[in-house]
Design a protein around this ligand. Structure first.
Ligand code: PGA
Length: 245
């Protein structure tokens, strides 16, 4: 049997509790049990909906994992408005997104802070989806290698285990409808392999993936899944992505 692929639905700041529960009901009606079992599916919901989703998924034994979109890299304490890994683990979160472009470029997370999150997550033995990718000017100025090296630098000192996925998400492809080409993605797999001296192998792709274009990417060597934003908000589209990817 072919290796399982990873399909991540990043809901960002969308869906109320009711909408989230209706979504799960629809997704589990559209996809058959064997289709769920053939792949790994993780939903990254909004913080407030996680608990209800976790209870529903657990009650019906759906084969869906839950991920956290964010956490603050300390154990606990006086950090108003923030959430810890321990709190998220207590409501069923197994995976954590780190370095997403919206946290870097809209919420102001620096590479230093992102590195801290990586080290803290590893110390706390949780699974990571680490996002990285260049901006359009980096590409135009031939700076892709420099930027990616900087974003992956923290992993040089880390013994990489199976619990880290690396999501190549070029910033210019996120939410724009302009997906990276097969060649762009293949080039990135080679670059990452070179930079990491072969240590990084679990690569996924994100950026304007939808049910119409995912099929073209399905046979890229060394891409083991997708991180999907907008198209993952519609259970029908997300189910098609899981089928065709
Ligand atoms: P998109 O988002 O699929 O809407 O481009 C991807 C992401 O932000 O992970």
């Amino acid at each position: 049997m072919a290796d399982k692929k990873l399909f991540c639905a990043n809901w960002k700041m969308n869906k109320t509790v009711e909408e989230a529960l209706v979504y799960i009901k629809n997704l589990t009606t559209i996809l058959k049990e064997e289709e769920f079992n053939a792949q790994d599916i993780i939903i990254f919901p909004n913080l407030c909906t996680i608990d209800s989703l976790w209870r529903t998924i657990g009650f019906y034994h759906y084969n869906i994992k839950l991920g956290g979109q964010n956490f603050y890299p300390v154990k606990s304490g006086a950090y108003t408005g923030e959430t810890s890994i321990d709190i998220l683990k207590s409501i069923g979160i197994e995976y954590f997104l780190i370095g997403h472009s919206e946290r870097r470029h809209i919420l102001g997370e620096t590479q230093d802070f992102i590195d801290k999150k990586v080290l803290f997550a590893i110390e706390n033995k949780v699974k990571i989806i680490y996002c990285f990718g260049e901006k359009l000017p980096d590409r135009k100025d031939n700076k892709i290698e420099e930027v990616i090296k900087q974003q992956l630098n923290v992993f040089n000192t880390i013994d990489l285990t199976n619990d880290i996925y690396f999501a190549y998400e070029p910033v210019w492809a996120i939410g724009t409808g302009i997906r990276a080409t097969k060649q762009d993605i293949t080039d990135m797999t080679t670059l990452v392999k070179d930079i990491s001296k072969g240590k990084i192998s679990k690569l996924i792709y994100g950026g304007s993936i939808d049910d119409k274009n995912v099929g073209e990417l399905s046979n890229i060597k060394n891409i083991s899944g997708y991180l999907v934003g907008s198209a993952s908000l519609d259970p029908q589209k997300f189910a098609e992505i899981v089928r065709k990817g």
